[in-house]
Ligand binder design. Structure first.
Ligand SMILES: [Zn+2]
Length: 72
């Protein structure tokens, strides 16, 4: 069984069934497949993919977003 650390570096090439996950501004974050998508996207803040701008960074995020590090 592959662990999350392996999946963070799951390699991909064109036409292997993987795709690029983009942030809300269309900037590619990582190339993923069904297996490694969660592991690779885990390092990104939830709001990076739901849309934000620089002024939003210091404001509370939506309560229905999954909060991982905000309460540290
Ligand atoms: Zn993968």
């Amino acid at each position: 069984m592959e662990n999350n650390e392996d999946l963070k570096y799951h390699p991909h090439t064109k036409y292997d069934g993987s795709w690029w996950e983009n942030d809300a501004q269309g900037i590619p974050l990582a190339r993923v497949c069904d297996k490694c998508r969660a592991a690779k996207l885990a390092k990104f803040r939830p709001e990076i993919r739901s849309g934000y701008n620089q002024s939003d960074v210091d404001e509370p995020i939506e309560p229905d977003e999954e909060i991982t590090a905000a309460t540290a």
